[in-house]
Design a protein around this ligand. Sequence first.
Ligand code: COI
Length: 326
Amino acid sequence: MKITAYSCRPDELALFKHFGEKYGVSLVLVPEGPSMENADMAEGSQGVSIITTPVNEPLLRRWKECGVQIVSSRTVGYEHVDGDAAERLGIALANVSYTPNTVAEYTVMAMLMAVRRMKAIMTRFLGQDYSLLDIRGRELGRMTVGVVGTGRIGETVVRLLKGFGCRILAYDIHPREELAGLAEYVELEEIWKECDLITFHTPATEKSFHMVNRETLSQMKDGVVLINMARGTVMDTDALIEALEQGKVGAAALDVVENEGRIYYKDFKYQPLGHHDMAILSAMPNVLMTPHTAFFTDEAVSDMINYSILSCIAQVKGEENPWRVR
Ligand code: COI
């Protein structure tokens, strides 16, 4: 069995070698993201492993001609692949379900950094400004926290937060019984109205698109803290910037931002970015931005590669594939 893996970073190579040998799979490792120019690298491969590069119908059709039976995105989100086209072409589409603790722990770190004004403290420290002006924080444990989306990551966030003693309100279209006693499921309107801090763990869907907008922001508490470790499209960035400028939103931690695709995971040192929203947001002392790195731990990267290969093997052998989404 042969798998072509695209967007292979140097830090992934040893893991691909390890799992490739473990499962007896031959691997073609391509550093670049997939495109029509390098689609032929999948010639003779039954599986293709990708990360976040958009994959459209022409590319899928070319892969089909190469003999590809499954496209496995070694990510949780898979909105970058045209799933309808994959279905039409008879190519299976799969994601992976790496350890949820990675993003959940990062989320709690971001919450603490936001409520303790860590960006301002650290940048002022670098300038030898040790005064206490405007850096007084709040205790997370005294806050009412809203968790929007209680899949594996949201659920883990709830469990971690319980240790701080927060009151937790949760929203999901599929409430989890396991969270009874840890969080109270409520309607979204109640989350907006009641919570001091709201964290988002929803996939990029039509329903989650611009869930944070002028209307929902107006229902939130003054000074609300917003955490987005999910997808940039969850927030209407213009509305968020306006709300931060007006003080309606007191602080934000954003591991994702709209239109990040052409920027994140690349080095733009000494170059103009041309992403005006990012320029505004990243200049704000109360907005912590990171380049979609919440997933990036030894444990998660190992799971991503392991499960992507296992998913391709299961699919090609005609076995039950737990990661198949289309
Ligand atoms: C995901 O797994 O969906 C992520 O957000 C991380 C990925 C962009 C590498």
